[in-house]
Design a protein around this ligand. Sequence first.
Ligand SMILES: [Fe+2]
Length: 205
Amino acid sequence: MACAWLFIPILFVPLFHSISILDIVMAVLTIPDTGYSTRDVAEIRHYLQQFGIWFDQWKATATFDPQADQDTILRAYAHVLEPFMAQHGYRVADVININALTPNYEAVRAKFLSEHTHTEDEVRFFVDGKGLFWFNLGNDAPVFNVLCEAGDLISVPAGSRHWFDAGAVNPFVKAIRIFIDMAGWVPHYTGADIADVYSQKMTVQ
Ligand SMILES: [Fe+2]
């Protein structure tokens, strides 16, 4: 059952200031068509900022059983989630938990892997495993991806064309999703086959 946390939005504060930046390097930014790749968090943050994508890193030290339920995972990070959500007006959080035991994984992968947009920002905090966030933002920007791992926090602006890949085999990722309104997260598929093209070039190993 989805866990909904209700918060009363507080007075306006600058959106998305850094909460806890670590020295630990986790994410990787890659532009497959140019061969560019970096693990430098400052570079990643700067590159993403030009597209309005916000990136940060939180401490992610909790360990979970493969089938840990949603409430267990949310409780483990309540100390950072609750203040963040209250500060930015987010009202609901849930968890995606994908692993080798996930039923019908091919269908689950296909759902995330098709290029889509949302009507509200997509915010995810990765707490275990890894996955590739892909972006196709137009205006001559190259298609690029960010490998997100435990500790990475990313916010994709509403309307951005993107997709997500947990890998063709042995998927393993746990991520907390944060919403203002869960209805805003409904994917609007573009119908483009670009995700298929790029997932042939690169996926999660
Ligand atoms: Fe999405």
